[in-house]
Design a protein around this ligand. Structure first.
Ligand code: ISJ
Length: 170
């Protein structure tokens, strides 16, 4: 079952500082780098997996899941899915990222076009909720955002789940 992702945060939604992080128009990696001394991308899995119902995709596709860590603390769980198996340059670059941030590609190479950012409070029953609890600990719900980045005829759907209060600027 697909969830209803919304184009706006509810007025009574998360308060600052989480609200500002959810609304960050630029790269989360760049924001993390401004807010902590030690930033790291911890790759949890990368390969061809069956996408989530929410990913609006069929078949086994290139999937990447990582934790963004600030000063040793995991602050974002990211789940990214390519639109097709044959994704040309995007597929090659995606597969070779390793521990480099996907954002270092999406927000630097000029050919990408980003679609709208959508928001969802991920609760028990959502396929990502269980995965996030496995890595970040049990919580009733997590706020998340997602957007699709297009390059030519391919795209990557990037879903970011915020795990805890995020660091203040250093
Ligand atoms: C899209 C960005 O890249 C970040 C890093 C990711 C990765 O390395 O897989 C995935 C999503 C983001 O949290 C960003 O920095 O905004």
């Amino acid at each position: 079952m697909r969830s209803v992702w919304r184009s706006r945060l509810p007025a009574h939604g998360p308060a600052a500082p989480l609200r500002e992080w959810l609304l960050e128009p630029d790269s989360l990696t760049a924001r993390c780098l401004r807010h902590c001394r030690g930033f790291r991308v911890r790759v949890l899995r990368q390969g061809r997996f069956r996408p989530l119902a929410d990913d609006a995709a069929q078949g086994r596709l290139p999937v990447r899941e990582v934790l963004l860590e600030c000063d040793g603390v995991a602050v974002v769980f990211a789940h990214s899915v390519l639109s097709t198996v044959r994704s040309g340059r995007l597929g090659r670059w995606f597969g070779r990222l390793g521990s480099r941030s996907l954002g270092s590609l999406l927000f630097t190479y000029p050919g990408f076009r980003r679609g709208p950012i959508e928001f969802l409070r991920i609760e028990r029953g959502h396929p990502l909720h269980r995965r996030v609890c496995e890595v970040a600990g049990e919580a009733a719900s997590y706020w998340a955002r997602r957007s699709r980045h297009h390059l030519g005829g391919s795209s990557v759907l990037v879903t970011e789940v915020f795990l805890r209060e995020l660091p203040a600027p250093v």
